[in-house]
Ligand binder design. Sequence first.
Ligand code: IYR
Length: 227
Amino acid sequence: MPADKHIAYHADTFSEAEAIRRSHDFRLFMAKRRSLRFFSDQPVPFKIIENIIATASSAPSGAHKQPWTFCVVSDPEIKKAIRIAAEKEEYETYHGRMSDEWLQDLTPFDTNWQKPFLETAPYLIILFKQAWEQDGEIRRKNYYVNESVGIAAGFLISAIHYAGLVTLTHTPSPMNFLQKILGRPENEKAFLLLPVGYPANNATVPNIQRKPMDQVMKVFGAVNREQ
Ligand code: IYR
């Protein structure tokens, strides 16, 4: 094995008390994140967009292939084209494609086919997954693409929150119009569309609660819960 195949790693470590405090602080910080549907048109420095995408691209991925492309749209004409195409699909989705159960499940969110935030938010980030890597004539394999891109999306959403901005994980369906409008190559499929910006002055969020811990965590083995 070449001597430089692996290199030393030095983690930042903390005392147990400090680590408990940090994990608690982070829990509270992340609990404040909400998906927003009402955006301000207040500009956002591009440096923030670059930083949050660099953070997202630091996510783990299958065989470290980083099988993603983040398209950043600020051009009003392109945003408008995306809105028109998304609303066309969403209209069909809300008027026939969604089951009664699905429509019922969406009642707390008050959503409909109209998506004004696609033009109001200063930036749209469209995350594409790379089903394979195109190297000239050669198609190279990517692995666990959905898992990898999903994790990167989680990093992105956390970074947006940490910068004091808001977003929405928007999934107009089907999303192939994004590949067309943005002229992305054949190996790239739209995965998520995230408007990014500040919340509108009068922004509201659905009155919903998160599941309690006993519904989301099952423990197998003895643990000291007092610590
Ligand atoms: N994509 C549609 C519908 C929708 C679906 C789910 I699942 C949601 O959690 C919210 C909306 C829309 O964006 O309106």
